[in-house]
Design a binder for this molecule. Structure first.
Ligand SMILES: [Zn+2]
Length: 261
């Protein structure tokens, strides 16, 4: 079991992240990647990774599109921290059009995204993609992201918390990206996502909790944590009709390979 996208660096875990890391590794978690969403949380992710230097706990650095108006992106500062030995990717970066329909803000997000793709290219690191559409046009953000990624054929990485259809999934796979699923897949039976999970090859799947958010069933509504990645693997196993162990092994191996662990 590998949680490729957690936020133990967030305030929700300020008091007990060490305890949570302890029980994760004692109960079968093989690795955790804490994801930065701005400069402060990126630095915190690195700090936690070093506190547990002998464990497979890593960090990513990046500015999330929702913080476009809260932080001015400073390339030099991110470039600097990206050099840390515990940093395994640039992220989470991407496009988030949820509740944002004005083109101006969407364009600002695209500019920020491009800057960070260049950072990933220069740092020679994979990327963690965040993509969310709005209700009127749920696929627009995905389509625009794919268009941008075409200009970076040498980049690789993962799109986390995937919520689009198989047609979009195929294009990410074709562009050399893996696809990761969160606890959302346990909430209800969404035929589109089920189709993606059924069709996706085993060597292209990853799992992420996005904790403290998106807690899977049966703990929905409570604070999420890396250990609950188990319920996501269980759901994937059920949909693919492959046993738990195989999905567990595949997702763990895929994470180690992608992040060069
Ligand atoms: Zn996240």
């Amino acid at each position: 079991m590998f949680d490729i996208h957690s936020h133990l660096n967030f305030i929700a875990f300020e008091k007990d992240y060490a305890e949570i890391i302890g029980r994760s590794f004692n109960n079968g978690i093989k690795g955790i990647i804490n994801i930065g969403s701005n400069l402060e949380t990126s630095k915190k992710a690195i700090k936690i990774a070093h506190e547990f230097f002998n464990k497979k706990i890593y960090a990513t650095v990046g500015l999330h599109p929702i913080y476009i108006n809260d932080e001015k992106f400073n390339l030099k500062k991110y470039q600097q921290i990206a050099k840390d030995s515990k940093v395994k990717a640039i992220g989470e970066i991407g496009l988030d059009y949820y509740r944002i329909s004005d083109i101006k803000t969407q364009n600002l997000q695209k500019t920020l995204f491009l800057k960070q793709l260049n950072l990933a290219k220069k740092s020679n690191l994979p990327i963690i993609l965040h993509c969310r559409g709005n209700q009127e046009r749920p696929l627009k953000a995905y389509e625009e992201m794919l268009d941008i990624l075409k200009k970076y054929p040498n980049l690789t990485g993962v799109i986390h918390c995937f919520e689009a259809n198989w047609k979009i999934a195929e294009q990410f796979l074709y562009s050399n990206f893996l696809i990761s699923f969160t606890g959302i897949i346990t909430f209800s039976d969404n035929e589109k996502i089920k189709e993606v999970i059924k069709k996706i090859p085993l060597d292209k799947i990853l799992t992420d909790t996005d904790c403290p958010y998106l807690t899977p069933k049966p703990f929905r509504g409570k604070r999420n944590e890396p250990l609950y990645v188990k319920y996501i693997i269980q759901k994937i196993a059920e949909i693919k009709q492959i046993n738990f162990k195989k999905i567990d092994q595949a997702t763990t191996q895929n994470a180690m390979k992608l992040f060069k662990i």
